[in-house]
Design a protein around this ligand. Sequence first.
Ligand code: GDP
Length: 330
Amino acid sequence: QRKQVPTAEELLQGIIRGDKTALARALTLVESTKKQHQKKANYILDNSLNSGKESIRIGITGVPGVGKSTFIETFGKLLTSLGKKVAVLTIDPTSSLSKGSILGDKTRMEELVRDPNAFIRPSPSGTSLGGVARKTRESIFLCEAAGYNCILVETVGVGQSETAVHSMVDFFLLLKLAGAGDELQGIKRGIMEMADGIAINKADGENLKRAKRAQTEFNRALHLFPPKPSGWIPKVLTCSSLENTGIQEIWEMIDSFFTLVREDGFLEKTRQEQNKKWLLNTLEDRLLTDFYENPGIKKELDRLLIEVAENKISPFKAADQLLERYQKKV
Ligand code: GDP
């Protein structure tokens, strides 16, 4: 007996009901590069109603080994114990390169995975950061449509993914370790500057003292940055994700951030800007796909690429020809 593949409408209804399996299937469609999958995914995206207003989006970053998955496990369980529904999404642009992915080969967040009020989605193996970012945006949207009101977007702090995540979330949390010696060495200024909060993890055992010292130093460093447009003053806290200390304080910090930005209208403005940006990005993406997947264009492009290489036609004229042909088609 063959299992029936659910239709886009069935998946949509499943998502609206909060069915995790339907959500997971829809995300697989979002991540797929197959045209018929994308069509289905677009149907679900286009018909999901989601104002995003009820949710909070938190970006979490830090170098491999800093304790991101341990932190998210502890933090996520705190959130679900407070009655929230937590979705964890991961951006790992390295996963397409190293296959085995920095994150992929560990069993991560074992307890949170089993929590009925949590949904964890590992990184799609993206082709490019741009592709991964687009998929993450759409995934956030679908998770919210499925009723998840706390979206945690995790990123591996090794590349430019932080900037992409920063533009999708409301609060940006940087996880750090207390290093030996010069605490501020090797921190990318840009990432520090984006952070709304810094949590110095592994503040336990013999490390506790050093973590406290690092807290003071980071606090001093943060004061050197210009004030945030949100009016929020970034804070530095310490925590132990393993021993579950300081985690509650981190939530209180984030909660007070949201109280502030809800009151001063900053959150609403951010969401408006994000929506505009998401529209423009989606438009670009769909136009490019439509253009390059057009069979007539494909053939013409192949021909013109050769002609351009042989100097038979200028690249500009070739581009004009292609666009003209495209416009006639549509
Ligand atoms: P990720 O690569 O950033 O996701 O880091 P992991 O969460 O996998 O943690 C890396 C290692 O650090 C693991 O062995 C964890 O058990 C350990 N670890 C994570 N958080 C803490 C903590 O708060 N204290 C201590 N002592 N170890 C921790």
